[in-house]
Design a protein around this ligand. Structure first.
Ligand code: NAD
Ligand code: MN
Length: 498
């Protein structure tokens, strides 16, 4: 096995168990433990707390007690601490990447991007918080008007298993910068790197500011969103659970941020150089093992180049290197677990049944020594836009291809799904690309470069892809509330009311 930096997988030592992180330390889980599993080998890596009501209670209490003091720290102080968190993440990234690689089954090289995004996130909010309160006061006729932003309180944050450190940073950084305290519930299938990170930042932050409760969704997650002392809900994951979180927020009148699924169109104009367009499309549907809501999974290719494009797309798919997650040269590795792997394969059956044509892939492959894992071929499916395979989120390395010739038609097809998170447009004519971008219902549109993440650019979804934006200054507003204080020089004199 190959190493990242100085480390190899065998150098990674795990704690024997990871209970919840409460008030600055890992404590014994009240309701026992569950296995944390290497997605590719099935090997038990460690034990994680099976969080329930009691662990959540303790964590929320710690966050509530830490809140007043944390809310009162100066923005300069919080900014310094956020930069320290970025530094510590950077210093420990080799080890954390390997842990996350084994826990999730994703290819090691991908985590270079994940960790860069996560580190940037803390540095960005370390800076952004310093400007968050600008221009908030002004003199008025009878005195002064002060508009200030205050933190919300204790934030409940629930994240999925696909990109654990990106998700942790997206959730923690803006909430902390804005002066909130946190109870984070990582996903049961991939939380080891998150809790290890939690241990590291506990040396930086005051006790109780960040708490973590691992465990199952219907247990730890449900207990967290139902807790009466929570002031904000933030969730990333499936639409189904997103609805549940949104409903709870509605019942309790809590602010909520939701980042749900996606089914991004990736539209190819006939003016492109086909090789580079195919290269970018292949990255766009296979990165993250296909387990991401932002993937460009609906390739909409112009009729003039369709045949050649599809032929080259298949050739490129054949070259994608499937292998052990910890090998640095691997480009596609293991799906998170059996349930998700079977779900992906089942989608290929659905595709066949509804008359779509699997042009390449569609199978699980065996990687020696990793028989437990679900390694799935990059899969290319010719489909009609209305088919389930072209409408529903697959969360595996698969893309549909569909031919278009009329711009009005492609706009309609691109927007005709329940989601609206991301989109790709490939053209050498930027006027065409920008004009089309305005007409696509998506929170992020990438022209000529799929996954063009720029720090500070709002990230979030239209339609069922969610509510709110992360990764940007908007996120600070999502973790703040405004207060207006109007101070008059003097009270109106006696008799003015009569
Ligand atoms: P999920 O929505 O069930 O899980 C996401 C998080 O929510 C996890 O931490 C989970 O423990 C928690 N959760 C589950 N039920 C809960 C409940 N009742 N109350 C509170 N928290 C709860 O997602 P999944 O089952 O892991 O994946 C299923 C599908 O969701 C995937 O196939 C994919 O389509 C989609 N998904 C989307 C994203 C995304 O980033 N948008 C991430 C993961 C999965
Ligand atoms: Mn795991």
């Amino acid at each position: 096995m190959e190493a990242t930096g100085q480390m190899s997988p065998s150098d990674v030592k795990f704690d024997t168990k990871y209970g919840p992180l409460i008030n600055g330390e890992i404590v014994e889980a009240a309701d026992g433990y569950i296995d944390a599993v290497n997605a590719a080998t099935g090997k038990v890596l460690s034990q994680i707390g099976r969080g329930g009501k009691e662990d959540v209670d303790r964590a929320v209490k710690a966050a509530g007690e830490a809140f007043p003091k944390w809310a009162d720290t100066s923005i300069e102080e919080r900014s310094i601490l956020m930069n320290k968190i970025a530094d510590v993440l950077e210093e420990n990234q080799d080890r954390l990447k390997l842990i996350e690689c084994m826990d999730t089954g994703r290819a090691l090289h991908e985590f270079d991007l994940d960790y860069q995004l996560a580190i940037n996130q803390f540095r960005y909010f370390a800076g952004a918080i310093l400007t968050h309160y600008e221009g908030e006061s002004r003199p008025v006729e009878n005195g002064y008007l002060i508009t200030k932003k205050e933190p919300l309180g204790v934030c409940a944050q629930i994240i999925p298993w696909n990109v654990p450190m990106i998700m942790t940073a997206f959730k923690l950084a803006p909430a902390l910068a804005a002066g909130n305290t946190i109870v984070l519930k990582p996903a049961e299938d991939a939380c080891l790197s998150v809790i290890e990170f939690g241990k590291l930042i506990s040396d930086i932050l005051p006790n109780g500011v960040v708490n973590m409760v691992p465990g199952y969704g219907p247990e730890a997650g449900q207990a967290l969103i139902d807790h009466p002392d929570i002031d904000k809900l933030a969730f990333t994951g499936s639409v189904g659970v997103g609805r549940l979180v949104g409903r709870t927020a509605g019942d309790r009148i809590l602010p909520v941020t939701l980042e749900l699924g996606g089914k991004a169109p990736h539209i190819v104009f006939p003016d492109v150089d086909i090789d580079s367009a195919v290269e970018n499309a292949t990255l766009g549907y296979t990165f993250f093992n296909g387990e991401s809501c932002i993937l460009g999974t609906r390739l909409l290719v112009h009729d003039d180049i369709y045949d050649e494009y599809v032929e080259k797309l298949i050739e490129r798919a054949k070259q994608v290197k499937i292998g052990p997650p910890t090998n640095r040269s691997t480009r596609l590795a293991s799906i998170i677990n059996e349930k998700q792997g079977e779900r992906v394969l089942n989608y290929f059956d659905i595709a066949r049944e509804e008359g779509a044509k699997i042009l390449y892939g569609g199978n699980r492959v065996t990687v020696p020594g990793h028989e437990h894992g679900y390694f799935i071929e990059p899969t290319i499916i010719e489909a009609e836009p209305h088919m389930r395979i072209a409408q529903e989120e697959i969360f595996g390395p698969a893309a549909t291809v569909t031919c278009w010739s009329d711009i009005e038609e492609v706009v309609k097809v691109a927007n005709d799904v329940e989601y609206g998170l991301a989109a790709g447009i490939m053209t050498d004519d930027l006027e065409k690309g920008l004009t089309l971008a305005n007409r696509i219902d998506a929170g992020s549109v990438w022209i000529n470069s799929y996954f063009n993440f720029q720090t500070g650019a709002p990230f979030g979804g239209y339609k069922n892809s969610g509510v709110g934006r992360e990764y940007s200054k908007e996120a600070l507003d999502a973790y703040s509330q405004s207060k207006t204080i109007a101070a008059a020089y003097k009270r109106p004199p006696f008799g003015t009311f009569m």
